[in-house]
Every structure is written in C-alpha cells, then in structure tokens.
Design a binder for this molecule. Structure first.
Ligand SMILES: *Cc1c(COP(=O)(O)O)cnc(C)c1O
Length: 965
C-alpha cells in the first residue's frame, strides 16, 4: 500500500471555507432555531439529544478542513499518479466515447444526478421515460420479453439470475448450478460466493462438455466468451431445457447488435453490463447491469421495473410496477435485496442508444468487429495463430511461452495493456475507441516492437466480417420512434431537457426523505469524477498504473475507519444492500473459522429496513424478528429472551442506529453486550450515519461491522436511484475476512469471496466522498451532524402542534429525522399519500411515505437545507393541515378537494371546464413561492393499480404514437 502524505493546512482565509457552503443555516439562523427549541448553544442542545453514554468526545482525526481549491489541487496531484494506458483487457470493461451531449447534460448535470428514486411518479416522468427506453433497449437486444431498470454490475446480475433460477426451479435435491468456464473470472467468483451461502453447489465446467441432469436447476453461459469465442449454444439449451433447468446467458449489448440474440436461441435470462454504451470504465464502476427474462418470471425479477400506466384523466403515465417497486418489502421472502441500483448510468446508456439509433449502433458494432478481424488477419500474416473462427471484438492469440515476455514488454513500451489468459495465450479486446493506428501499433507489438510492413487499409480490404446464419442477427431492434428522432445534437439536447423539466430534483427544492439523506452534492465533489485519470482506467489494469487510486483508497479507508471507530474497511460493496450482505458473510466466515459455523440465527427488529432480512437470507442466516416497543425502541426484554433462546446458534443481530424511528436508543450498548454475551456479532446498518458522524461511532457502541451509504451520508448523489456505494467497516477480529477479488488481490487468505465484480466497487465515484471529507475536516463533519439534528428538531418543534411527532428520545428530542403522524386525519378521508401529492403543488418532494410506520411521513432535512427552505416546508405543511381542517369542518368537499385531486397539472388548471369547488389559484399557487418558482407536475395522480393489471415495460409499439382517433 502506498502511504498517504497528509497535508496539514492552515485555516482557510475568510470566505474560503467550504463548511458554510455545505451547511445551510447561517450562525444567526442556527441561533434562532436553538431559541425556538429553548437551548442557549448548539453544544447544550446536542448534549440534550445524544445520550452521554454513546458520545464520541474527541475530534475525528481526518485532518483539518481544506478549501475547495486546495483539495482539488491535491487530488489533481494524486490523480496524476494514475497512468491511462490503452486497454485491450476486455473482460466486461471497454473503452467508449461518451457523447459529449450526454456527458455534460446528464452525467455532469445536477438536475439528473441529484434526483431520487422515482417513487413519486408524477414528478419523475422524465427519468421514468429514460428508464423505459433502457428496458426497451435491453429487451430488443437480448430478444427476451421483460427487463428491469438496472442492477449493480454484471457479476451480481449473474448471481441474481442464479437466485431467480433457484427460486423458480431449485429445491433441496435440485441444487446444482453449472457455470461455463469461459465466463469472466469475476462473474464466476461472485456467483460462487453467493451460491456457497445459500447451499447451492456450483460446478465450473467447459461449456463444450456441459450437460444438465435432474440435480441441475440452471446453467450460466457467456456469449461471447471471456476469450472472445462466439459459440452456437442451441443444442446445449435444448438439452438443459429437456431436464427442466433454466439457461442464463451473460452477454454484451454491442455484440448483440450484430449477433443473434440469446432470447432467440433458448436463453431464459440474459444479463450483462451496459458500460460500453457511453459510460466510462471508471476503474470498475459505476455502470448499469441489465437483466432480461421471460414474462413468466416477472414476479421474481430483482430490482425495479418501470411500467406504463395512466393518470386519473387517462393520460399515459409511467411508474415503478407494484410487485417490484420494492422487491425487499417481502423481507425474508424476497429473492433479492437490491434497493439502490444504477439509474443514472442506465439513463446514460439508454441515451447513447437514443442518440445513435439502431443504425448508428450497428455501425459502431461493425467497426469494432472489423477492427478485430483486421487485427486478427494482420497477426496471422505475422505468423500467429488465432484460436477462434467466430468472435466479435476479442481475439485469442497463441504466442508461445517465450514470445509472451517480449510482446508484453513491447506493449508496455507503447502504453498498451493486453490480457494474459494463460501462459502463452493472450487476448486482445478492441472497442469503439480503437483506431486503425492502434491496430497498427498492436501489430508492431507482435512484430518485435517494429512497424509491420503492411498497412491497415490493405489488410482491412481483404477481411470478411460477415457472420454465418447461425450467428447473424436478423431481427430488427429499436424500431420505436424514440430511437429515430434525436440524432442531431439539437434534437437530442431538447429531448434531454424536455425530460429533465418533468423531474423534481435538488435543483428545485428540498427532498426531505427520511432515511435517504438528500444533502448537498457539491460541485467541487463531482468535478474529479469525470477526470480521465479516474474515468479511463480499466479495473484490472496493473496496479502500478493506478497508484493515485491506491493512495485515495488508502486515505478514504483510513478516514472511514476513523469515522466508524473500526479497524478495517472494504470499499467493495456497491450499495447499502451489498454492504449488508458482505458484512453478514464476514460474520459467517468468522464463526466458521472458530468452528462455530452453526451460528446462523440473525435477530432483526420489526422496524428494520426491508433490505436487512433479505440480505440475511442471502448470506445464509435464518431471521428471527425482535419486537419494538411503543416508543419505537427495540424491546430489550424480547431481545434478551430471543438471544437466550437461540444462544447456541446465535450468529448476529442487525440493528439500525439511530433507529429507523429516528431516535438515539440509550440502551444500544446493553443491546450489543447481550448479543456478544450469547456468542453473536453485531451488524449495524449505517444508513442513519448522518446522525452520528463525529459525535458517536458504531465501533464504540459495540458494533462489529457497519456499512456506510456513501450516497446518503458522504455526498454521492442519488442519481435518481443510483449509483451508490456501501463500504463496510469492521472490528479487528473481522478484518481477515474482508472480501477478496479473483483478478486483483485485495485481502488476506481467510477472505470471503467477492461481493462485486470490481475490486473496489464503483471506484470512480469515491472521489466525491473523499473531497467532502477533506473539505469539511474533522470538526466540519461533526458540525454537519449537529446541524442535521438541529434542522430535524426545529421541524419537529414547529410542526408538533399540527401533526403529532411519533417517536422521541430523551428530553423529547429526535435525532436527524422525525416521523409525522398523519393517521389522525383519516376521519377527513385524507391519507398520508394525499399529503405527499399535495406537497408537489407546493413545490416539494414528499418525505418518506409509510416507512417505517404505515400511514406516516418521515422527514429528514439534512444539514444542507437553509432555515429559509425549512421554513418554507413548515409553511407548506401547516397550509396543508389547514386544508385538511377545512374538510374536517365540512367547508371543503370530502371528495372534491385540493388534497384528493393533488397534484394539479398546468393542463388541468388551465382547462376550459373547471368544475371544482375551489379556485385554480388555490390549486396551483397556494404560497407566494409557488407564484415565483412554480414546479408543475407532468401528469395527474398516477393510477398504479391499472398498470399493475396490464404490465407493459417497454416503449409502446409505433401504432400507439399515431394521433388517437
Ligand atoms: C437506504 C437504506 C438501506 C439500503 O441501502 P441501499 O444503498 O439503497 O442498498 C438499508 N437500510 C436503511 C435503513 C436504509 O435507509
């Protein structure tokens, strides 16, 4: 590991500090809020909120605050230690040209990257349409019937497919999963790790020798294979189906522009990565994985599906389909734990397809294939044997044992990375960015590091790039008008902005979603993400080329260990759910190493987030539910009883802190002690870490492992539902078990298998958290936490006369979020959902609806919202309470009122027949702010049930675009 050089910087000059840019309320505002709450100082207030027993009383040793300019300058230095070679490694990661119109207007655009998961469909039609385009792209290219709106990476998508196949076909005696040995190495390892915990037996076999029998529930093939071979698997598929098993194919979208889609030759599921559709390699991620299957499996599909529905006027409208909106609301019955996925990257990939259209995509694919074929022909002229007759972009070259050394040295001298498949065998993967000059360079590498005596054009003229009928795609794809309309940049720009205009994001106003921590994603944090030194690295490039990344990881791991009070950190998990799964596997491995592998009971409180039980089951635990008391705390007596009852087999407790009810439980140290006394380990769900950074540390409370949602607490934007990162911190006894990786060794020999396809997960978004931590410094981080708590308590105090605040901790105070009980307005016929929709008319995104308590709203303002914005929210909530009171008093109609009809669209409010008993003013402009900054929802209330009855998850056919009769 490279040792970090820590700079001790002087305090920033007046006006240069980042802290007051990140923290919304000014000093004067903070004072005003404190006096509303009746506390003289911030410290006196925090002392009252946070139980003394859990307080962290020092300053985090993450360095002093630095200015934006200082951090970016030092990160530039670090980035310059990464060296960007031309990559021919392949293995699922390829060079790509991100169209600049997409780079600037989506990837670097806060209107896209600061949005939340589209739960509130009426203000999310833009990204819902983009995701529908993504699903259409995947369905068309794979030749299957239904696709989801992204998964985390190719390796975990393959593991999810295995889980689906097992749910559909597996049982105690049918528990074997065959994996072709020419799948990508990281995919095989991720699948093996996932299978092991579930008691599934994985056999890795040569696809040519593969045969299913009655013990096999599924097989995984790669097409084209990791060495580039394109093989006809029709016969194998038939054999597999004859035994009743399912076929899963890992594939490549660009190859499928030319090749027969697997759905047409027997695949039941097709998975893969859409990275090369315009998303930089980013040293491993983030990228959107895809997952397509047959209609019969739609209820088992992991992740989210976007579907068509309609609003109450019958206007077509999109929303997440019910049965998959939250796979994990099925808790321990769920077949997947995926929550945060890769929305922003799926949007980028879909727009790459929209921009190029099917013709453009075919041209790109043909160019890539032509380059590969030309490369192969030239190498044959130079006397090398090319192993496969059929390939797309990757060729396999036999070089013999001694040739290899010289070839690799020549490649290195030209800053090119090749892949050694096995001694004496190299593969070369070309991509969209490979030029004729690059091919000539590659020939030179194989020609004693000297130019070959033939030209690219001469060789290219002689190659035949056509596929025979077994492989050639004949079915057209992307026939929908969306993929034909926006090929000029002007049209594309306007399409992107038309979608953007339909979506509410942090550029419009507060998104006070409890448990989601929608804080500032500062521009300075985002800028390094698209630096080529971070963006253009292949995840399996030699580590000597990635010293900048190594330094950043080392510093970030140090800082996250300091923040959590732990001994070690793994940056591998790609979301909170993946951190949960990784942390629980680590606990399992620890028990097994101590010959206590039978410890597989996991206690989980009733109020836990749905990912917790889903992850526990995936990691091979059986879930025992612990009660919560009327104050929302864990029922310690019940916990004690369950821990004692299961003491012999107790593996773990999963606990969220502060609780999902937004309170600091005083008993947390007793709780962790009880678990330890009975031989278990404590997993802390760190989703609420924004209430703890700098003032309490999981490690000090007795937790043994904890994940951090970097997309909540540490400023990675939510991207409309991803990307995210869920690194885990662990206590010293668990460090030896942190996840490894099959290609890049990242840990010791007791490590659990990989939980992500890439060694450091979505490495290219880690600079966001890095820059945040450095700009804030140890004291700034603690201040952020204190202000987050202050903002939440100020809201609770101001609203308590209007809505009961459901749970409180000591001194009647909440942590960083508060639950408003809206169940008492049911007498007026008003539901929490009506309030959520009415907030749109006021220019807000709703708080979290019905989690963790049905019929309530959970509000989390974060430290980044100013007092002015918070007051505006309070004003809206009080205004809405008045509107409800008018119904209660009989002044407003019980059915036809501003709440039941919310949200109101511009079309509705300007229509010639306005028949409601309230005015259009009341409908659309309830406050002064709305007159100035109105945000119009794109559609009226979406009818979810209609869409659930008629699931349509691809762009409708062309006929539907015709003007209606
Ligand atoms: C957000 C959240 C999770 C899941 O995290 P993802 O990154 O979405 O997978 C788990 N637990 C709680 C309490 C959360 O709020």
């Amino acid at each position: 590991m490279v040792m970090a050089t820590r700079t001790i910087s002087p305090a920033p000059a007046a006006g240069d500090s980042f802290i007051p840019r990140h923290v919304g309320p000014s000093a004067a505002d903070q004072q005003a809020m404190l006096s509303t709450l009746g506390y003289p100082t911030l410290d006196a207030f925090i002392d009252a909120v946070v139980p003394e027993a859990i307080r962290f009383r020092s300053t985090l040793q993450t360095g002093a605050e630095q200015t934006e300019a200082e951090v970016l300058a030092s990160l530039r230095q670090i980035a310059s230690r990464n060296r960007v070679y031309r990559s021919y490694i392949g293995m699922g990661y390829y060079g790509t040209h991100t169209p600049n119109v997409i780079l600037r207007n989506i990837m670097e655009n806060p209107a896209w990257y600061t949005a939340y998961t589209p739960y509130q469909a009426e203000i999310a039609q833009g990204r819902l349409e983009a995701l529908l385009n993504y699903q259409t792209l995947v369905i068309d290219l794979t030749g299957l019937e239904i696709a989801n709106a992204s998964l985390l990476d190719e390796g975990t998508a393959a593991a999810e497919a295995m889980a689906l196949a097992f749910a559909a076909k597996g049982n105690a005696t049918r528990n074997v999963f065959l994996v072709a040995s020419d799948c990508h190495a990281q995919t095989i390892s991720v699948v093996q790790a996932r299978a092991e915990a579930r008691g599934i037996v994985v056999r890795v076999v040569d696809a040519a020798q593969m045969a299913a029998d009655a013990t096999v529930f599924g097989v995984l093939l790669q097409y084209p294979g990791t060495d580039g071979a394109v093989v006809d698997y029709r016969g194998l598929c038939e054999q597999v189906h004859a035994t009743g098993a399912l076929t899963i194919v890992a594939s490549d979208l660009l190859a499928l522009c030319l090749l027969t889609p697997p759905g047409e030759w027997g695949a039941d599921m097709v998975v893969g990565s859409s990275q090369r559709f315009g998303v930089p390699m980013g040293y491993g991620g983030p990228h959107a994985a895809f997952f397509a299957t047959r209609d019969e499996f739609k209820r088992l599909l992991p992740g989210r599906i976007i579907g068509m529905s309609r609003d109450i006027e019958g206007t077509p409208a999109l929303r997440m389909a019910l049965q998959t909106r939250e796979q994990h609301i099925r808790r321990e019955k769920a077949t997947s734990n995926v929550c945060t996925a890769q929305v922003l990257l799926a949007v980028m990939a879909s727009m790459y397809a929209v921009y190029h259209g099917p013709k453009g995509l075919v041209q790109i694919a043909e160019r890539v294939h032509g380059r590969a074929a030309t490369l192969a022909a030239g190498l044959e002229k130079l006397g090398f044997a090319i192993m496969h007759e059929h390939y797309f972009d990757t060729i396999r070259v036999e070089v013999g044992a001694h040739g290899q050394q010289d070839i690799l040295a020549a490649a290195d001298s030209r800053q090119m990375n090749l892949r050694v498949l096995e001694p004496g065998t190299l593969t070369i993967a070309v991509d969209e960015t490979t030029t004729a000059a690059d091919i000539a360079d590659l020939w030179a590498v194989f020609n004693g590091n000297a130019a070959a005596d033939f030209s690219y054009d001469d060789v290219a003229a002689g190659v035949d790039t056509r596929y025979d009928e077994r492989f050639r795609r004949v079915t057209p794809f992307l026939t929908h008008p969306t993929f034909h309309r926006y090929h000029s940049e002007t049209e594309m720009l306007r399409y992107l902005y038309s979608l953007q205009a339909k979506d509410f994001s942090l550029v419009h106003g507060m998104i006070p979603l409890g448990s989601c921590t929608m804080k500032l994603n500062a521009t300075a944090e985002m800028i390094p993400v698209t630096w080529p030194e971070f963006g253009q690295l292949h995840p399996f490039a030699p580590r000597s080329q990635a010293e900048g990344y190594a330094q950043m990881f080392e510093e970030l791991e140090h800082d996250l260990a300091e923040v959590t009070g732990f001994a070690g950190v793994s940056l591998q998990p790609n979301a909170g759910s993946q951190g949960e799964y990784a942390g629980l596997l680590v606990i399992r491995a620890y028990h097994e190493a101590r010959k206590e592998g039978h410890r597989t009971v996991c206690l989980i409180p009733q109020s836990a987030h749905g990912t917790n039980p889903a992850s526990a089951v995936m990691a091979g635990f059986s879930v025992v539910v612990v009660k919560t008391d009327t104050d929302g705390n864990i029922d310690v007596a019940d916990l004690e009883a369950k821990a004692a009852q299961h003491a012999a087999n107790l593996g773990a407790l999963m606990v969220t802190y502060p609780s999902t009810h937004g309170v600091f439980e005083e008993s947390i140290k007793d709780i962790t002690a009880i678990i330890h006394r009975h031989g278990g380990q404590v997993y802390m769900d760190g989703a609420n870490m924004n209430a703890m950074v700098g003032i309490a540390r999981p490690g000090d409370l007795g937790a043994d492992v904890c994940h951090l949602n970097l997309h909540k607490t540490f400023c990675i934007p939510h991207g409309g539902g991803g990307p995210g990162m869920g690194p885990i911190g662990v206590a010293s006894q668990l460090v030896p078990f942190l996840p490894t990786h099959p290609v890049v060794s990242v840990s010791g020999d007791q490590a659990i298998g990989p939980v992500s396809a890439a060694p450091w997960g979505s490495a290219s978004i880690l600079p966001i958290s890095y820059v945040y931590i450095k700009m804030m410094g140890g004291e700034g981080l603690a201040l952020a936490t204190k202000i987050a708590i202050l903002n939440a308590n100020y809201i609770a105090k101001r609203l308590e006369a209007h809505y009961p605040v459901l749970y409180r901790g000591q001194h009647g105070l909440v942590a960083h979020e508060c639950i408003l009980d809206t169940r008492n307005v049911k007498s007026a016929g008003i539901e929490a959902e009506d309030i959520a929709k009415r907030l749109m008319d006021y220019g807000f995104h709703a708080p979290t609806l019905s989690f963790p308590v049905a019929g309530t709203l959970m509000v989390e303002p974060t430290e980044s919202e100013s007092k002015a914005e918070i007051d505006r929210f309070i004003e809206a909530m009080i205004g809405i309470r008045e509107e409800i009171a008018a119904v209660e008093r009989g002044e407003a109609d019980r059915e036809d009122n501003v709440l039941k009809n919310a949200p109101h669209t511009a079309t509705h409010c300007t229509s010639d027949d306005w028949s409601h008993p309230y005015t259009r003013q009341q409908a659309a402009y309830p406050t002064a702010w709305t007159r100035d900054r109105k945000f119009w929802p794109a559609v009226r209330r979406v009818e979810s049930a209609f869409g659930d009855r008629n699931l349509v998850c691809a762009c409708p056919p062309i006929e539907d675009y015709a003007p209606s009769a």
